[in-house]
Design a protein around this ligand. Structure first.
Ligand code: ADE
Length: 413
C-alpha cells in the first residue's frame, strides 16, 4: 500500500507527468524498447529519487519493463504530493510526502527497502544504506545505480571500508549525466529556485559560488549570464585556477563573506558557511544550497547568531542577528532547485534518466561479474543516449571513414 499525502491530488500530478513525458524523447524511446523486451520481468526495483514528474516517468518506464516498482522521495522538500498521488494511482508503490520530518523520511526509505528490491536506483545513498542495515535485504539485491556526486562519494567510502555488498553503477559520472545535468541542469534550476523563492533581481548582484565542480561551474556560468558579479571559493587549487581562467574572481570564503549578496553552496561538504561567515555578511544576504544534503550552510550556527526567526515568504527563512542584520536562508538549506522549483529542466533529466534506465539493465545483465564495487557507466550507454538525443533533435553528425578510424588506431603515422 502506498503512503501519500492525498490520493485526490492525482489528476494534477498526471498533468505534470504528461507534460514532462512529452519533453523526454530519449526516455520515451528507451521506454518503448523496454515495453517490448520486458528486461525487468519478475524483478522488484526500489527507487529513492526526487519525487517529481520526471522521476515518475522513469518509474513508469521501469514498471512497463516488467518490474514491480517501489519509490520513496530522496529529500523531504522535493516530493510533490500531486505527482506522488498520480504515481500511486498508476500502480507504483509510493512512500512519501512533501515536508516529511526526518523520522518520516527514514520510514519512507526503509519502506522501499522492506519491499525487498532486486535492483535499486538511489540518489544520495540513503536507500543503499538502509539496505545494508539489514543483511537479508542486501543479499537479495543484484546491484543498482547511483544518481549523484554525494551518493557516489558515500559508495566509494563503503567500498574502501569493505562493507559494500553489491555492485553500484556511478551514473553520476557518465558523460551524458555530468556534462549536462550537473553543469547545465544545476546552472538553470538553481537560479530558477532562487528566483522563484525570492523574486529578486540577479543583475548587478555579487554572487558567491562555493565549490567549482560541474554543478558549481554551471551555477557560476548562469549567474554571469544573468548579469551578476561572480566570486568563486574553492579548496582544490586546480579548480580554483579553472575558475580564474573562466573569468571569475577567486578568494577565500571569509574574504567573500562580506562581499556577497547571494551565496550558493555546491561543495558536497559540511559547514561551508558557518558562524564566522554569518558574522561578516551584509544585511539582506541570501543563502542557498545546491548540494545534496542540508549541511553545507550550518543551520545550528545560523540559529546561534540569531535573536528571531521568521518566514517572510514560503521558501524563505529570515534570521535576525543580534546586531540587527537579516540573513535569508532559502528552502531551509535543502537543494534550492528542488525545494523552491521543479528540479533540473525536463530535457536534462531525459538524458540522465535514460542513462539510469540503460545502466540498470546493464547491472541486471552483468551483476555477477561486476563484484561488490562502484563501477562506471559503460561508454556504449553514454553514446547510445547521446545518439538518441541527437536523433530526437534532428541533428546529424559526421562519421569517421575506414581510413580515418584506422589512422586513429595506428602508431606508425
Ligand atoms: N529531478 C529528479 N531528480 C533530480 C535531480 N537529481 N536533480 C535535479 N532535478 C531532479
Amino acid at each position: 500500500m502506498s503512503i501519500v499525502r492525498d490520493p485526490a491530488l492525482a489528476p494534477g500530478g498526471e498533468r505534470k507527468i504528461r507534460w514532462a513525458s512529452d519533453h523526454m524523447p530519449v526516455l520515451c524511446e528507451v521506454r518503448r524498447r523496454f515495453r517490448e523486451e520486458k528486461p525487468f520481468a519478475g524483478l522488484r526495483i526500489g527507487i529513492c529519487l526526487h519525487l517529481e514528474a520526471k522521476t515518475a516517468d522513469l518509474a513508469m518506464a521501469l514498471a512497463e519493463a516488467g518490474a514491480e516498482v517501489s519509490l520513496a522521495g530522496s529529500n523531504p522538500l522535493s516530493t510533490q504530493d500531486d505527482v506522488a498521488a498520480a504515481l500511486a494511482e498508476a500502480g507504483i508503490r509510493v512512500y512519501g510526502w512533501h515536508g516529511a520530518t526526518g523520522e518520516e523520511y527514514d520510514r519512507f526509505v526503509r519502506a522501499v527497502a522492506a519491499d525487498r528490491p532486486n535492483l535499486v536506483i538511489d540518489d544520495g545513498g540513503d536507500l543503499t544504506g538502509a539496505l545494508h542495515d539489514v543483511p537479508d535485504l542486501a543479499k537479495a539485491v543484484l546491484g543498482g545505480c547511483e544518481e549523484t556526486t554525494t551518493g557516489v562519494r558515500r559508495l566509494r567510502a563503503m567500498e574502501r571500508d569493505g562493507v559494500l555488498r553489491f555492485p553500484m553503477v556511478a551514473v553520476n559520472n557518465a558523460r551524458c549525466k555530468q556534462l549536462f545535468d550537473n553543469r547545465y541542469g544545476s546552472g538553470q534550476s538553481v537560479w530558477d529556485g532562487i528566483m522563484r523563492a525570492t523574486n529578486v533581481l540577479i543583475a548587478g548582484k555579487t554572487v558567491v559560488v562555493l565549490g567549482y565542480g560541474w554543478c558549481g561551474k554551471g551555477v557560476a556560468l548562469r549567474a554571469r549570464g544573468l548579469g551578476a558579479n561572480v566570486v568563486v571559493c574553492e579548496v582544490d587549487p586546480v579548480k580554483a585556477n579553472e575558475a580564474l581562467a573562466d573569468g571569475h574572481r577567486v578568494m577565500t570564503s571569509l574574504e567573500a563573506a562580506g562581499l556577497g549578496d547571494i551565496f550558493v553552496t555546491v561543495t558536497g561538504c559540511r559547514d561551508v558557511l558557518r558562524r564566522p561567515h554569518f558574522e561578516l555578511m551584509k544585511d539582506g544576504a541570501l543563502l542557498a544550497n545546491a548540494g545534496h544534503f542540508d549541511v553545507e550552510i550550518s543551520k545550528p550556527d545560523l540559529a546561534a547568531v540569531s535573536t528571531a526567526v521568521s518566514h517572510p515568504r514560503e521558501c524563505v527563512t529570515e534570521y535576525l542577528t543580534g546586531d540587527g542584520r537579516r540573513l535569508y536562508l532559502l528552502g531551509d538549506g535543502r537543494l534550492v532547485n528542488l525545494a523552491a522549483a521543479d528540479g533540473h529542466p525536463i530535457e536534462i533529466m531525459d538524458m540522465s534518466f535514460a542513462v539510469q534506465a540503460l545502466a540498470l539493465r546493464f547491472v541486471k545483465e552483468n551483476a555477477p561479474s561486476l563484484g561488490a564495487r562502484v563501477v562506471g557507466v559503460p561508454p556504449e550507454i553514454d553514446e547510445e543516449v547521446a545518439r538518441l538525443r541527437l536523433r530526437a533533435l534532428g541533428v546529424a553528425i559526421d562519421e569517421l571513414d575506414e581510413r580515418q578510424a584506422a589512422y586513429l588506431e595506428s602508431w606508425r603515422e
